[in-house]
Write a protein that binds this ligand. Sequence first.
Ligand code: G1P
Length: 297
Amino acid sequence: MPAKLTKAVIPAAGLGTRFLPATKAMPKEMLPVVDKPAIQYVVEEAVAAGLTDILMITGRNKAALENHFDRVGELEATLLKKGDVARLRKVNYATDLADVHYVRQGDPKGLGHAVLRAKMHVGNEPFAVLLGDDIIDERDVLLSRMIEVQAERDCTVIALLEVDPSQTEMYGIATVEATDEADVVQITGLVEKPTAGTAPSNLAIIGRYVLRPEIFDILEVTEPGKGGEIQLTDALQVLAANPGIAGGVYGVVFRGRRYDTGDRLDYIKAIIQLAVDRDDLGEALRPWLRDFVSKME
Ligand code: G1P
């Protein structure tokens, strides 16, 4: 039986330049999506899949991340004194969620380099990687299915999503073959952000991976690729092309709701999509939104 997965790695060292000036003094992972910072959705997703040992790969300017997942005595005392139990519970929820560890990336050499920084913490066991720009709707299943496939096949698993062909140049793209399971494909090739018109498919990598520790050895010798950065996709391509090394690479094709908070337009869409479905906000937001849209037309 393969070891049970407990560890999740969350790269969070990016500069967030697309959101300047909001991200001048605040990490982009702390931008609120409705009323929670984007990063909290990702940690909650990992915890929901049973991963309670979280390693964040951070950098300069990321102190707010550590503060968010730590106690805040003064605020707790004030809320307690007021008897505001509901808000106190919200504040403490983020603190008690998981065991969060931090390591700095140092040089910004790309996603592959960020993941390599997790080597010491992860050791010799499979682990998950969750990218903060993607939020997966908590009502839909992805990570726990990926963990299941990893255990069944003792392989590497990545999440795939069918995207519009015009968008393939924004993602890592997979070449795949069918398996005996409808939602699982075998990956025979991967290419990071192919130039327009050259993508081998429209199956894009979204930011969820369940990796085997062999990835670290490969990342150590992976040369900078697209954008001059050490790409995780390039290291995964080595495993896909050599299934003998670590059981090959499989994709779980996700058909649920995914929200992208990586750029400004998608971020706005994500907030609206999540808010209209919320019990506390949806009822008031939906009719307002309809009215707003009809007046716009
Ligand atoms: C990263 C990966 C890419 C993947 C994407 C998903 O790119 O390198 O393969 O498709 O995340 O969000 P980034 O968006 O960080 O440039």
